[in-house]
Structure formats: structure tokens, C-alpha cells
Design a protein around this ligand. Structure first.
Ligand code: SF4
Length: 396
């Protein structure tokens, strides 16, 4: 089944929405959702301003439930951040370094492959994003991806954010389309969604000057979709944006998705302040994160998966988010620098069992998926040893 969702989910959603009682002020939202109509900018403002977060969460959870029943997804992956050397200096970024910094690093192809070898027996995805390295053009990444695919043909390469694609294209003197085509031929399977921040150029001029514009972000993803390459999309919220700009962001993604259908997952995550240079940021609270996730589920009716990115929001909020419309908690990750340098305390030692436990504690059924949501397997927690055996082991 595509994307793991129920085929008649809209029908199921209508039934469940109409068989529940809702506060009157939600009538318009309920009516629209029950006939599959897109929510408007005004609906978005209503949801952001409503004091009734409980109802918003209940509706988002019903939408999630209609699409995916009680399932919540995770995968088994590793993050390898290939370099922290970056020609840009986005204000929110605690990861990038100048070339001469003492802790600047760049992994050559053999170092990268050696690192991946440590995880290759049990992961099916490598997720790689990094800085805009001044020397790494298309030839470097073609060689890297071909090398990875040669040694690990089963591992899906999800790599390079839109700004990295733009950087490689510029450095190599070739078009975005040609860059993506060549990388795809070398083994690139999909693009992560990073770098969307807020798709409003006034916000981008403050927080990430010099990065790709909003329309470039969308064009790069559109080109990937046209080449049959699925992508994710993200939102970095809680910096300097207004609520209206957040809604604009959601509407732009929805509009592109209506054209291409190539986004598989939306990942909203809050700004983490440590060590970065954005003192004017308004930091998101736990309830604001849950509200953002629930509103994403309601506004983005055409993007199947909404991710509670535990690397950023932590295990506890990720668990709660599974009751607020999210259906995915990302993967095992195992090593990660970008969020952790920005202050994330999310544990990196989670195996499948620990991820499944987060899902079960939220009241959902853990399902392991692959990167492209085309293979699924319910994860059954290994049985705890019976007490009698424990006593025997303890010599009783
Ligand atoms: S967010 Fe990306 S592009 Fe911006 S400074 Fe950090 S590594 Fe560079």
C-alpha cells in the first residue's frame, strides 16, 4: 500500500469526525476536514490562536488514525554529517565551522565508508547532510555515492539538503536538474527536507542570509520529484517568524505537493538556542511544539507523514506528539552532530527496542519502515524473561 496508509482514509475520517461531538467554534474545520477540503489561511490562524489545544490534538489524532490506524513508524538508520566546513554562516547554526577552525573536519571518501561500515550490518539508511564545502563539487559526491552503493547496495542514501544541491550545482557549473540527475545515477535515493527553515524571504534574510530563497527551495524539491526522487520537507520554527509566516510556509508546501505529490514526510522542529547567534528568537514551549505538529497534520492534508523528530524535540515530547497527529518518530540515528551541538539532549544509543518502547508508551503500534515508506514490518517487543528464569539466573 503506498505510504502505508489506509486507502479509504477520507471516508473513515468523515465517519469518525461526524460521530464525535465538537465545540461549536470548530464546526467549519470539522466540516472541511470531513469532506476533504483544504483548510484556509484563516483556519490556520484560528488553530494557532485557539485556547483549546486539547480539541486540536484530538482532531489531528483522528486524522492520523484514519490514515494509519494505530501504527507509528520508525526506521533503522545512521546519520553521518560529512563535513562541518561551510561557506555560509546561518544565524541559527551551531554546527558550521570556518575552514581554519580547530574543530573543522571533512571526511574523505574512505573515512566516510569506514564510518558507515560500523553500522552497515543493521541499518538500511544513511542520512547525510553537512556544510557547504568550498571544494566538494559534483565529482566528489558522485564518487562518494558510487563508492557507498558499491559496498552497501542495500543501504538507501538520503542526503544533501536543497542548499547543498544548489551549492554543488553552482560549484560545478551545471544546472540543478543535471546535478540531481547525476547524483541519482550515482546512488542518491532521496533528499531530506532540511534547509526549508521558514519559506518567507524576509525571515530568511534575518536567519540564513545567502541560503537558497524560498522559491529555490521549492524548485529544487520540485525537480527532484520530477526525476522520481522522493523528498521530505521541514520547518524550523521559533526563531523570528510570525504565525502568518508559518502558515505561508505550510501553504507553499501544500501547493507544491498538489502539483508533484513527491513529499513523503513533513518534519516541523523548533529552534534550539544553545551556542547559536539569534538572541531575538522566541523559543517554542512543549505545548507549542505539540500545537505545531497537530496543525501540520490538519493543514497538510496531502503530505502523508508528519514526523515528531525526536533528535530535536526529545523522546518525551515525541511520545506525546504521537497523540497529536504525528505518525513517525524518525530512526535510530546513532550519531548526530547538528542538533546536538545546538543543545539537543536526545539519546543517540536507541536501538529498535527503545524506539518501539516510545511508540508503545504513546499507545500506538510500532512499525518499522524503510526510507521511502514502501516496506513495513510490525515490531514485536522481545518478551521479558519470565520471573522464574530470573530467579534461577540469580541463583535462587
Ligand atoms: S545551516 Fe547549513 S548552510 Fe547554514 S551555516 Fe549551517 S551548515 Fe551552513
Amino acid at each position: 500500500m503506498p505510504a502505508g496508509e489506509s486507502l479509504d482514509w477520507q471516508e473513515q475520517l468523515s465517519r469518525s469526525l461526524l460521530s464525535n461531538e465538537w465545540p461549536d467554534e470548530f464546526n467549519s474545520i470539522i466540516n472541511k476536514l470531513s469532506i476533504g477540503e483544504e483548510l484556509s489561511r484563516e483556519d490556520g490562524h484560528f488553530l494557532f490562536n485557539s485556547k483549546d489545544l486539547d480539541t486540536i490534538g484530538r482532531i489531528a489524532n483522528l486524522v492520523k488514525f484514519a490514515r494509519f490506524d494505530n501504527s507509528a513508524f520508525f526506521n533503522v538508520n545512521v546519520h553521518i554529517n560529512q563535513t562541518n566546513i561551510c561557506t555560509l554562516a546561518c544565524k541559527f547554526c551551531a554546527f558550521r565551522r570556518g575552514r581554519r577552525a580547530v574543530d573543522a573536519y571533512s571526511m574523505d571518501i574512505e573515512e566516510y565508508v569506514t564510518d558507515l561500515r560500523n553500522y552497515a550490518s543493521h541499518v538500511d539508511e544513511v542520512h547525510s547532510v553537512g556544510g557547504l564545502h568550498p571544494d566538494w563539487d559534483i565529482l566528489h559526491y558522485e564518487a562518494l555515492f558510487s563508492r557507498v552503493k558499491k559496498e552497501f547496495p542495500e543501504i538507501h542514501i538520503k542526503a544533501l539538503t536543497a542548499v547543498e544541491i544548489k551549492h554543488i550545482s553552482k560549484l560545478s557549473g551545471i544546472s540543478i536538474r543535471s546535478t540531481l540527475e547525476r547524483l541519482q545515477s550515482a546512488g542518491l535515493g532521496s533528499l531530506p527536507g532540511g534547509g526549508a527553515e521558514i519559506l518567507d524571504d524576509d525571515v530568511r534574510a534575518i536567519i540564513c542570509k545567502g541560503k537558497e530563497s524560498s522559491s529555490e527551495y521549492l524548485e529544487i524539491h520540485q525537480t527532484a520529484h520530477e526525476l522520481g526522487m522522493p523528498t521530505n520537507c521541514t520547518m524550523l520554527f521559533g526563531t523570528v517568524e510570525t504565525i502568518d509566516q508559518r502558515i505561508t510556509h505550510l501553504l507553499k508546501l501544500r501547493e507544491l505537493q498538489n502539483t508533484t505529490g513527491g513529499f513523503q514526510c513533513f518534519v516541523p522542529y523548533p529552534f534550539l538556542p544553545d551556542d547559536s547567534r539569534l538572541p531575538q528568537a522566541q523559543l517554542a514551549s512543549g505545548t507549542e511544539i505539540l500545537r505545531m505538529i497537530a496543525i501540520s497534520r490538519l493543514m497538510l492534508n496531502n503530505i502523508p507523514h508528519i514526523k515528531a523528530y525526536r533528535m530535536n524535540i526529545g523522546d518525551e515530547i515525541a511520545e506525546l506528539a504521537l497523540q497529536f497527529g504525528a505518525d513517525d518518530i524518525d530512526g535510530t540515528v546513532q550519531k548526530e552532530s547538528i542538533m546536538h551541538l545546538a543543545g539537543s539532549k536526545a539519546p543517540l544509543d536507541h536501538d529498535k527496542e527503545k524506539l518501539a518502547k516510545i511508540v508503545i508508551d504513546s499507545g500506538s503500534k510500532p512499525v518499522q519502515r524503510n526510507t521511502t515508506y514502501t516496506r513495513f514490518e510490525e515490531y514485536i517487543l522481545p518478551k521479558a524473561p519470565a520471573r522464574r528464569h530470573l530467579r534461577m539466573a540469580a541463583g535462587e
